[in-house]
Write a protein that binds this ligand. Structure first.
Ligand SMILES: [Fe+2]
Length: 133
C-alpha cells in the first residue's frame, strides 16, 4: 500500500532518502495494523512516523529557505496543516478510537502520494535550477 516509486523522485538524493523513509514508516504502521498488533505497538509505530515527519518537514523547510524558494510560506503552511492533522489522528488513536484505521491509512496515502508527488516537485524544479546555476 505504501511504496515509494521512482516517479516521486525530486532528483535531490537527500530528500528522496527522507521520502523513502517516510513511506517505509507508513508501511510498517500499515503492516502492524494488518497483523492486528496491539495498541502499544501501533502507537509506537505511529509515533515514529509522526516524529520523522517533523524532522523531514523541518529539513525541507531549511532547504527551501537556503535556496530562497519563493513559495516557501505556502509550502510550510501545507506542512503545518499536515502535521496538525496527523497529530490529531494520533490523539484520537491514543484516546481509543478504533475506527481510525481506514481514515488514517487513507490520509497517509493521500498525503504521501499527493504532497510528495506534486508540491514537493514544485520546489524541486526551483531548487535544481539554483543548484545547476
Ligand atoms: Fe513538502
Amino acid at each position: 500500500m505504501f511504496e515509494w516509486k521512482p516517479e516521486y523522485s525530486v532528483q535531490i538524493p537527500e530528500i528522496d532518502a527522507q521520502h523513502q523513509r517516510l513511506f517505509g514508516l507508513a508501511s510498517n504502521l500499515h503492516e502492524a495494523m494488518a497483523q492486528g498488533k496491539g495498541k502499544t505497538v501501533l502507537e509506537q509505530s505511529l509515533a515514529q512516523l509522526v516524529d520523522y515527519t517533523k524532522v523531514h518537514f523541518a529539513a525541507e523547510e531549511q532547504f527551501m529557505g537556503k535556496y530562497r524558494y519563493p513559495e516557501i510560506a505556502a509550502h510550510k503552511a501545507q506542512h503545518d496543516q499536515l502535521t496538525a492533522q496527523v497529530i490529531e489522528l494520533q490523539k484520537e488513536f491514543s484516546a481509543g478510537n478504533t475506527m481510525l484505521t481506514v481514515s488514517l491509512m487513507t490520509f497517509l496515502k493521500n498525503w504521501l502520494e499527493h504532497h510528495i508527488a506534486r508540491s514537493d516537485q514544485q520546489y524541486s524544479v526551483y531548487i535544481r535550477s539554483k543548484l545547476a546555476a
